[in-house]
Write a protein that binds this ligand. Sequence first.
Ligand code: PLP
Length: 485
Amino acid sequence: MDVEEFRKAGKAAIDHIADYYAGAIDSLPVNSLVQPGYLPPLLPDAPPEQGEEFSAITEDYHKLIMPGLTHWQHPEFMAYFPTASSFEAILGDLYALSIPTPGFNWTCSPAATELEIVVMDWAAKLLHLDPAFYNASGVGGGALQTTASDSALIAVVAARERFMTLHADDPPNLANLVIYVSTQTHSLGLKAGKVLGLRVRALEVRAEDGYALRGETLSRALEEDKAAGNRPFVLIATVGTTSSGAVDSMAEIGTSLKSHPDVWLHVDAAWAGIALCCPETHEQLQLADLNLFMDSFCTNFHKWGLVNFDCSTLWVRDRKALTTALDITPPFLRTAQGDAGAIDYRNWHLALGRRFRSLKLWFALRGFGVEGFRKHIRHAIALNQTFAALVAKSELLELVTPPSLALSVIRLAPPNVTSDALNGLNTALYARLSARPDVALTQTTLNGVFCIRVAIGSPRTTEENIRRTFDAIVEEAKVVLGELK
Ligand code: PLP
């Protein structure tokens, strides 16, 4: 492809993307209708010997790939948590792709590092993080990561490093180190343990506490573990758990950790963190103390934050904990600027190279502004309130937990059905819903109760989409109940 062919094909690609968002997406089923193994028989088993015309490649994209897509930007996609997209971020990424730079050192492309330093501070201000976490503080700071799982893994590595340093006189046996999570923490906690070969203890939460981790549970576990010779060194707490949007009791956790200052508090707010841009959400979730206690904080702009995957933001209170753990500087990576103190972001994440992600975050932050972000979050929360009100009025459905931000957790709970039968009924309901091309929801269990999650977050979702999803659930619920009779 020469440059003029690129210009023509590029304009056609933008037209296609614009058409997709202008309405084509609405006429597509939110779920793909293909079956496992659909694609390999449709493709050659080796790359072509000679390069092909680009028109043939894009034709196959539309014909073969599109049908196998789940449309996460569809206004009726309410499964998992949303995966964000905005035109600003798409264009930011397009520019980033046009100037590939691996960004590991400041010298790789000074603008890439310096823009990240600035936008991470903008993002910290958007989310009301304490100035201690700003890059401008020179002590704390933030960097973009691929995912919340990477962010948590890095936080655990930094926590371990700090713990080993603090206890240099009495070096812990690695077999005694323990990562704390709650039973509601995302599987990223268990994965960090698996990758690092460390034990993970999942602390219990109660339904009556809204599945939030309480300070007393944490204190008891810390005392038990320490008495048994174990060395808990990090807690991964959550603001907005995956199953129910629960928010761990941060003030209590902070109080409990006051007696255990060597335990690092990582806050995983992968989904809900963006909602902290709204002052009322901050207040409602009682997170005023969060800034005082936490050592690191992560949220994914690529979930509910208007920036296309990947864009996970991680802040630490003490950047040295991170760089001490991750900095390896062989001669070929050494630079005068790095020696003089310029940030080399390779020391803030796992890999060496990194994408120029700050460009899309910058475009989105400028394009929407703080007010645009707040409007987007409030829109989804308001729609969820509408949905939750429909459930509350329904005779067939119930909310299993109070709605959390833009997430409702529901189940079929008709009168005169024993509680033992409810899990079976709901499993059947979910099976019917997931077989439909027009409904995208996910399942979970909360202390053994089978539930269905409805997660709202696309800027294109309207009240009509909410009602259609609600009607589909009721329709399938009636079929399930009919089968019971
Ligand atoms: N944390 C929470 C609370 C989540 O809900 C999720 C995914 O939905 C994750 C972490 C994992 O995010 P990532 O895919 O960025 O690792």
